[in-house]
Design a protein. Structure first.
Length: 94
């Protein structure tokens, strides 16, 4: 798996946010442009993503924490809704 060069959209080449070299893609976490030398590839997911060195130092090269956050944002409202419906059904049933 390799990174592919990315155009910044303004006609010029996107530059790495860390070293200033030509960027090959965005970081999977912070979305800043990174070059091949300033990123690591993710571990433990179905698709390989590039993570900049700064993000790797803060959270490792895995995206498990990001997926847990997504799951939390989906499950928490459902749990709150279930509790609300259960209380409402208990109140109406009396």
């Amino acid at each position: 798996m390799s990174l592919h060069q990315q155009d910044s959209g303004d006609g010029g080449d996107a530059r790495c946010g860390h070293c200033g070299a030509t960027a090959v893609g965005p970081c999977a976490r912070c979305r800043s442009p990174v070059c091949g030398d300033c990123c690591v590839l993710t571990e433990g997911s179905a698709k390989v993503w590039a993570v900049c060195l700064r993000c790797r130092d803060r959270g490792g090269a895995s995206l498990h924490r990001a997926w847990l956050t997504v799951a939390w944002w989906l499950i928490a409202p459902l749990v709150v809704l279930f509790i609300f419906v259960a209380i409402l059904a208990n109140t109406i049933g009396k």
